[in-house]
Design a protein around this ligand. Structure first.
Ligand code: ATP
Ligand code: MG
Length: 308
């Protein structure tokens, strides 16, 4: 299927001379939730802002639904909703006016029922006549989301949507993102809460120093780069790991009650059978065992460490 966004050979050098993006090639699939992860200053917002037409690219091309973002700016921009990282909400306008005005800006016919539906979904209905500047930070964030959705975009960018947001709004927001995706929209998000990306995303892209480090299906990434840990609670205390088992790199906990074996998820199974046989031969008995898989966060931190 044709990608909904196609980025080729994109680079960005800011007026300061700083090269924020270096030869980015990336396709976003139609209907997916794509999480862009990377440390502060990696280039996430720059990339999003270029696709949305807020920042000019220095080199390269981007197609949104087959349209060039520069020569066909109006067409591409009307397909996109953006919830920016920086809130621009010091407005004297009411919530209702902001959303209806924004819809009009994109040339969409008035649709009060639709705007009402969004405001109700985001628990903003009772604030609809309030001036935005009088709202709390979290409420402002909700308004930015309502505003981004007001022209029914097919593609939604969420640049750190959950920074400073309470647990309830987070839940509501992810619920909303899921139902948007079900209706066929494509969602691209950035977050520093990696567990959110783990829960929500279909694919993960990691960006570092303006370069794409990897793009991978989330489950595939976790399978490939994930590690597992097997912990055995021993029947009898051990003073040290028996020599015949040194090849496994087992760790004995300081109290001598547990043996911990760390392995990668691909190699795992055979090794475990051999390890258990080895324990049996060495006369080591265990009462219980647990396995634990590394989270996307652990994988992400390891990835960044490797690159430093
Ligand atoms: N207008 C600008 N002029 C010069 N440099 C800029 C400008 N905007 C951003 N940068 C630099 O480009 C780099 C990438 O910034 P960007 O905002 O894209 O990062 P980010 O990945 O979104 O980070 P964060 O997680 O902190 O939001 C940073 O080093 C930043 O200082
Ligand atoms: Mg950013």
């Amino acid at each position: 299927m044709e990608p909904v966004i196609s980025i080729s050979k994109l680079s960005k050098t800011y007026a300061s001379g700083f090269e924020a993006l270096k030869n980015i090639n990336l396709d976003i699939h139609r209907g997916e939730i794509f999480a862009l992860l990377g440390p502060n200053g990696a280039g996430k917002t720059t990339l999003i802002n270029i696709i949305c037409g807020i920042v000019n690219p220095s080199r390269g091309a981007i197609l949104v639904d087959g349209h060039d973002i520069i020569s066909e700016y109006r067409a591409t921009r009307s397909l996109i909703g953006l919830v920016p990282q920086e809130l621009t909400t010091d407005s004297f306008e009411t919530v209702w006016a902001t959303c209806t005005f924004s819809r009009g800006l994109f040339g969409k016919p008035r649709n009060p029922e639709y705007i009402e539906m969004i405001l109700r979904t985001l628990s903003l209905w009772d604030k609809k006549d309030d001036k935005i500047m009088t709202l709390s930070g979290g409420m402002k964030r909700r308004v930015m989301i309502a505003k981004a959705l007001s022209h029914e975009p097919q593609i939604l960018f969420l640049d750190e949507p959950t920074a400073g947001v309470d647990v309830e709004l987070r839940r509501e927001m992810w619920q909303m993102v899921r139902s948007l995706r079900e209706s066929g929209a494509t969602i691209i998000l950035t977050t520093h809460y990696i567990n959110e990306a783990e829960e929500m995303a279909d694919r993960i892209g990691v960006i570092l120093g303006g370069e794409i480090l990897l793009v991978e299906d989330k489950n595939e990434l976790m399978r490939k780069l994930g590690k597992k840990q097997l912990t055995l609670q021993l029947h009898d205390k051990l003073d040290e790991v028996p020599v015949e088992l040194t090849d496994y790199g087992l760790k004995l906990t300081p109290d001598g009650n547990e043996l911990v074996y760390t392995y990668d998820t691909q190699a795992g199974r055979m090794d475990i059978a051999a390890l258990l046989a080895g324990l049996d031969e060495a006369g080591i008995k265990f009462k219980d065992l647990q396995t634990k898989q590394s989270s996307l966060e652990e994988i992400f931190v390891d990835l960044l460490k490797e690159r430093q």
